[in-house]
Design a protein around this ligand. Structure first.
Ligand code: GUN
Ligand code: FE
Length: 425
């Protein structure tokens, strides 16, 4: 039995999306599982490895439910276009360069290093359509100790020649890659990844649905992100009433034994939200990307009030920042603009709502993840926020809010995933 205890100012959210704060307390871990938070170390834990982090902040690891690893190279550039033109001008040509494995090796080293050093402990990641480069990414992620899902992307139409597979190759390559990588790694697992409906024929979607059924692999894609995209999908799929049906009719939209993440849902209406709820689909809310490629503002308050499952995504390179702290504050800020300018009936999000989505909301996709409750997996990040010092006396709540907005001035000093330490160098 392996036990350790960390002391500090511990923050997490409860099921009701309220922050719970335990000042100067111990969080206990046994064999990778959290054993709760206590004020004094119990007698039977006196022999456990105990680390006192003093006045530092301890939070659950943050979860990134949607990020494109090959796009990390051009993050922070190409901010002049809307989604479909942006894909054609920036995303597709860059992703095509991952047929070059030397390039993939270099680019994915940087991506994984930066993710490892961040406050993120878990992520669901899009690679490119190249199997060999995707395997390089998976090996690097496994080495990092983070727990992730990685998707070889599928595209067999409406894509440039340099970034398109035949239907047959796309399906066969996906099945071979899944069967080979299912048990290859402990912490890095495959996820079926049709890029989005416009780049996948019905025939391919049907085959991906069959592969999903055969292997029970989870699924991720994009949904209702941008008005031109949604109009295009309705033309490509005249038999559907709304976008979500274009995945659902192939068994690629959640349901029993079918974990599924759909990114964005900016324009998901009543019917689509009802199906998202019925099928238990996780929504990856990606506010920075939604602003950068001018998609819009998702009605996240409505999702939460209606009991939909919502996590946060960086959506690099639609989003420029890999930080989920940044996604949290962006979510709060753009919800205020939505409230003021679009729909005054949907009140702004709070920092609590954002913290919940970044931890428990996204974490539930990975299992019992995202809180320091007993039987949750022990994902924790220890943060030194002393550079944010001010002579003003801050409440523990204000101190946390300040950290979220000014995280770039703080320093991560320790991080573990399922109780295993992550190298931060
Ligand atoms: N829809 C299809 N592909 C993409 C992508 O790479 N990024 C975003 N934001 N949306 C997409
Ligand atoms: Fe995306």
């Amino acid at each position: 039995m392996e036990r350790f205890a960390w002391k500090g100012n511990i923050y997490h959210t409860n099921e009701e999306r309220k922050i719970e704060i335990f000042e100067n307390s111990w969080v206990l871990c046994e064999d990778g599982i959290c054993k709760g938070v206590v004020k004094e170390l119990p007698e039977e834990w006196k022999n456990a490895k105990a680390t006192d982090f003093g006045d530092k902040i301890i939070i659950p690891g943050l979860c990134d439910l949607h990020v494109h690893a090959p796009q990390y190279t051009y993050r922070g550039t190409g901010m002049d276009l809307e989604l479909l033109d942006w894909l054609e001008k920036y995303a597709f040509p860059e992703e095509a360069s991952y047929s070059d494995l030397e390039y993939a090796e270099k680019a994915y080293s940087v991506f994984v290093r930066d993710l490892r050093r961040s406050a993120t402990t878990r992520a669901s990641i899009f690679a490119s359509l190249h199997v060999l480069a995707t395997e390089i990414l998976m090996e690097k992620l496994e080495e990092s100790g983070l727990k992730t899902f990685v998707g070889k992307v599928n595209m067999d139409r409406n894509s440039p020649d340099i970034l398109r597979e035949s239907t047959k190759d796309s399906a066969e390559n996906t099945e071979n890659w899944i069967s080979e990588s299912l048990d290859k790694f402990k912490n890095t697992k495959p996820i079926i990844t049709p890029r989005f409906t416009p780049t996948c024929t019905d025939e391919l979607m049907e085959k991906l649905g069959e592969i999903q059924k055969k292997y029970g692999t989870p699924v991720q894609s994009h949904l209702s992100e941008n008005p031109s995209e949604i109009k295009w999908v309705s033309e490509l799929c005249p038999d559907t009433d709304f976008y979500g049906e274009a995945y659902d009719k192939f068994g690629l939209f959640g349901g029993e034994n079918r974990r599924c993440i759909m990114a964005h849902c900016v324009y998901s209406g009543e019917e689509e939200q009802a199906l998202i709820k019925k099928r238990g689909v996780w929504i990856a809310h990606c506010p920075q990307s939604n602003m950068n490629v001018a998609s819009g503002i998702a009605p996240v308050r409505q999702f939460l009030d209606n009991g939909l499952k919502v996590g946060l995504g960086s959506d690099v390179a639609g989003g420029s920042s890999l930080s989920i702290f940044r996604a949290m504050t962006d979510a709060v800020m753009c919800s205020k603009l939505r409230w003021r300018l679009v729909d005054s009936s949907l009140h702004q999000l709070s920092i609590e709502d954002a913290f919940y989505m970044a931890t428990r909301g996204g974490g539930s996709f990975f299992g019992k993840v995202g809180a320091f409750e007993e039987e949750f997996e022990m994902d924790a990040v220890v943060i030194d926020d002393s550079a944010l010092y001010t002579p003003k006396k801050l409440s523990p709540h204000d101190r946390f809010e300040k950290l979220c907005y000014l995280y770039t001035d703080a320093k991560i000093v320790a991080k573990c995933v399922s109780g295993k330490m992550i190298n931060l160098n």
